[in-house]
Design a protein around this ligand. Structure first.
Ligand code: ATP
Ligand code: MG
Length: 418
């Protein structure tokens, strides 16, 4: 196949027969977010490259290896967003939302772009649903945001997910931890992979996240952050756990979760599925108290999460979950002849205004071909509109499932179909 007939590697089409699943999960996401007071924000697909360098962090895999970056015709360095938090925070700052009543609670759905090695659950264009809660420092904010993620996943019908949480402290206590961690890895440096040897000086915590089995083995006995938390961070983490227990949200503390982006502080969490293989993290999030300041605004404690929609749909599909099918066509009107075609179009508009899905012939086909089409699209009912029907104003409404017919006035179709 030539390139004009082939999607770019790592990208997917959502075909018409599948899109109802996307609509279903997106509806659940926005509905649940609304219950928690989160309003949708929409930000551009691309930003100045610096927005991501600053927020996601220069030392991360995302910024170092995965970004789609190019110079536009005006010579500006532009990057397709690899995630949405950076752009959302940029917008929150630019539009002064942090000056309004806090917390500001926003949510989003959108495409993300990362130059990664495509595989199951890992794409170059993928989609995230996420939330950001700006200006909330208390542990109850962490519990609320985790509870929202949990409610979204439950409302969609996902099962068998586990919630893992950790605290990665604040810049103060993390400095001590970094030292202990660097000392530990320094003694085993020669066995680390090349990337991790580099991480040792730039960002030693990322070694804990390395997918290489050798590094993972070395990291097994590494010191963990929760043993180094300062009193404030320790108390914060304890309060989050207490509140999650109170809300009856099950979780496990996993001291190895560090998250892939630089901006996190204190609480980090992941929802993991046992049903989709290696790329098992469906949702990741946490607190990023330093980010607003790092981006040029006054210090504003904030937190959020993002979930990968493709991965989530993969879990649904692997769990054989039935989700509400697309609303079918309520009626197919098969006109015979010029006059009937015009009348059929008119009946369709009346029915559509009443909220019914109505279709008719737009290919000037014969009756047989039209009925085949009506069957194919799964029409619930059909009527034939010929000269007799036009004259009498009465049609025979056919139930496509069992073939039964009933006489009905055209003017009463809305009633009959509702
Ligand atoms: P991973 O460890 O899988 O690379 P990450 O830490 O890079 O994940 P985040 O940046 O936290 O992921 O993004 C949040 C969520 O977005 C992930 O938990 C995952 O569900 C989804 N996601 C991230 N990268 C991809 C991708 N390349 N393709 C599909 N989904 C992705
Ligand atoms: Mg990644």
């Amino acid at each position: 196949m030539s390139e004009i007939n082939r999607a770019v590697k790592g990208t997917n089409d959502v075909l018409p027969e599948e899109s109802y699943k996307w609509q279903y999960v997106e509806r659940k996401m926005l509905e649940t977010a609304r219950l928690f007071g989160f309003k949708e924000i929409r930000v551009p697909v691309f930003e100045h490259t610096e927005v991501f360098q600053r927020s996601v962090g220069d030392t991360t895999d995302v910024v170092q290896k995965e970004m789609y970056t190019f110079d536009d015709k005006g010579g500006r360095s532009i990057t397709l967003r690899p995630e949405l938090t950076a752009g959302v925070i940029r917008s929150v700052i630019e539009n002064g939302l942090y000056n309004q009543s806090l917390p500001q609670k926003v949510c989003y759905i959108g495409g993300c772009y990362r130059y990664e090695k495509p595989q199951a659950g890992r794409l170059r264009e993928f989609h995230q649903f996420g939330v950001e809660c700006i200006g909330a420092a208390a542990p109850s904010a962490d519990a609320e945001v985790i509870s929202l993620a949990n409610s979204v996943l439950t409302s969609i019908g996902l099962e068998n997910l586990s919630l893992e949480i950790n605290s990665i402290g604040c810049p103060v206590c993390r400095a001590n931890y970094h030292k202990a961690l660097t000392d530990y890895f320094e003694s085993k440096k020669d066995n680390l992979c090349e990337t991790c040897r580099d991480r040792l000086t730039r960002n030693p915590m990322r070694i804990l996240d390395c997918k290489s089995p050798v590094c993972a083995d070395i990291a097994k006995d590494a010191p963990v952050m929760i043993d180094f938390l300062c009193e404030d961070c320790h108390n914060h983490f304890e309060a989050v756990k207490t509140q999650l227990n109170e809300m009856e949200i099950e979780f496990k503390v996993n001291p190895k979760i560090v998250r892939g982006l630089d901006y996190y502080t204190r609480t980090v969490f992941e929802f993991i599925s046992g049903d989709i293989g290696a790329q098992s993290t469906v949702c990741g999030g946490g607190r990023y108290d330093g980010l607003m300041e790092q981006m040029g605004a006054p210090a504003t404690a904030s937190l959020g999460f993002a979930m990968g929609i493709e991965r989530l749909l993969l879990v649904l599909s692997n769990q054989n979950k039935e989700i509400g099918k697309d609303t079918p066509c309520d009626i197919y009107i098969a006109p015979m002849g010029e006059k009937a075609i015009v009348k059929a179009a008119r009946i369709c508009s009346t029915l559509r205004k009443a909220g019914l899905s109505a279709q008719t012939d737009i290919c000037s086909r014969g009756l047989k071909a039209q009925m085949r089409y009506a069957n194919k699209i799964g029409a619930r009912t059909s009527v034939v509109l010929g000269d007799d029907e036009l004259q009498s104003g009465i049609v025979r409404l056919k139930n496509m499932a069992d073939g039964t017919e009933s006489q009905i006035a055209i003017d009463n179709l809305i009633e009959a179909l509702k």
